[in-house]
Design a protein around this ligand. Structure first.
Ligand SMILES: *Cc1c(COP(=O)(O)O)cnc(C)c1O
Length: 410
């Protein structure tokens, strides 16, 4: 212990022999899976984050669309701690109140029929794909098992979900890629129709707004046509709403902007407002596909996470969603045409800014200025809390615009 503290301590003393440098500690002992920004986040309130030196930042990343109503939202924190003091975990051998209530709430709000709970987006998608394969196998035999996903999609990091992800960069180094997935260009309905013509396709999985792929909403006509085509051919449509769900786009789920209803909806990220919870939501066709023993999760539906999600979902009413759309309009109007901005994509509070400049440099500059946006491909991505106060948003956008303007390539 003493030695550690000596290695990672800085001069300014405390009882342990120095102030611990957590960045150095993490860099040495944590697996090197992340390129982190050089900030140690130690707390926050609402849309303000503090680092370990006490510097304040306006948060435009929301923990990657997770902290739906910001940090330590009082109403949410109260519901979560109340549940924590009742029981933190019961296992899926028993019923619990929060999981049952949350399942009902999700079905009421979507018009879908049943929910399976897991802990993450990748798991929610795994469950969706398993259910799609089983639906198709039960009805047509195991040959009809293929899942079509889109190029540039992102569906998670498990072996099956990197196979589902239509980006080679996620496959390399982990070969062989699990079979059974085929990738279509986004917005190319003819490609999908051709791929389905052999009778081997069970489902098509799409993000209404591709997040990691660069904050790109699907074309309206494409998604409507895709829904009609899949419906007519009893091919399931799975909406991966892990990032674009839970109010993010100004509707409860991203697909709702398109006036369609998928057969299976998967979500996670913002669902429980900062606690790990995934959900796979089944429509009429697939509601009884999974049967006892065909799927499960030890932590899935954890009562503390479910209590958090009940609070979040019950607050995503029309008024809150209109607020999201209003804040979005403000952002888009301030950014479009600003110096160095070449485009703004996305929906609601899920926006991507194309810039004439180096995104990394712009983000570093923003950090200096006390504002924390994130990246998606080569765009600057904004995923702030859905209730970020307008005054903070105005301040953050002014700093962001300044950083973009000052870092323009000439
Ligand atoms: C983040 C994300 C996932 C993966 O979620 P994890 O919780 O990291 O497993 C899957 N799909 C989409 C669209 C995502 O944005």
């Amino acid at each position: 212990m003493e030695k550690l503290n000596n290695i990672y301590a800085k001069k300014s003393g405390n009882a342990l022999g120095g102030e611990i440098d957590y960045k150095a500690l993490d860099d040495k002992f944590a697996a090197r899976t992340y390129n982190r920004f050089p900030l140690v986040i130690s707390g926050g309130r609402g849309s303000i984050l503090f680092d370990d030196k006490g510097k304040e930042y306006i948060d435009l990343g929301g923990g990657i669309a997770v902290n739906t109503f910001g940090i330590a939202d009082p109403e949410w924190a109260e519901e979560v701690t109340k549940q924590l003091n009742l029981i933190q975990h019961a296992s899926n051998l028993y019923y619990t109140k929060p999981a049952a209530e949350l399942a009902r709430l999700i079905c009421e709000k979507t018009g879908l029929c049943r929910v399976f709970f897991s802990n993450s987006g990748a798991e929610a998608n795994e469950c969706g794909v398993k259910a799609a394969r089983k639906y198709s196998t039960d009805k047509y035999g195991a040959e009809r098992h293929k899942i079509i996903t889109l190029k540039n999609s992102f569906h998670g990091r498990t072996l099956a979900m990197i196979a589902a992800t239509g980006q080679e960069v996620f496959h390399k180094d982990f070969l062989p890629v699990m079979p059974g997935f085929e990738y279509s260009p986004a917005d190319d309905i003819d490609f999908i129709k051709r791929a389905c013509s052999g009778g081997s396709v069970a489902a098509v999985m799409v993000e209404a707004v591709q997040g990691e792929g660069g904050v790109e909403p699907l074309g309206e006509e494409f998604l409507r046509e895709l829904r009609d085509f899949t419906e007519q051919n009893d091919i399931l449509l799975i909406a991966d709403e892990v990032q674009c769900g839970n109010g993010r786009t100004g509707r409860l789920f991203g697909y709702m902007n398109y006036g369609i209803t998928p057969d299976i909806v998967t979500t996670a990220k913002g669902l429980a407002g900062g606690l790990p919870l995934g959900a796979t939501i089944f429509g009429e066709k697939t509601k009884d596909t999974l049967t006892p023993g065909s799927h499960g999760s030890t932590f899935g539906g954890n009562p503390v996470c479910a209590a958090g999600a009940i609070n979040i979902l019950s607050r995503l009413d029309e008024k809150t969603l209109e607020g999201v759309r209003e804040k979005s309009r403000f952002l888009v109007e301030s950014l479009r045409g600003a110096a160095g901005v070449t485009g703004v994509s996305g929906l609601g509070l899920m926006l991507g800014i194309s810039v004439n400049g180096d995104t990394d440099k712009i983000i570093s500059d923003c950090i200096q200025k006390g504002v924390l946006p994130i990246k998606a491909k080569n765009k600057i991505r904004l995923l702030p809390a859905l209730n970020i106060p307008d005054t903070l948003l105005e301040k953050a956008v002014a700093a962001l615009k300044k950083a973009i303007a000052e870092n323009q390539k000439t």
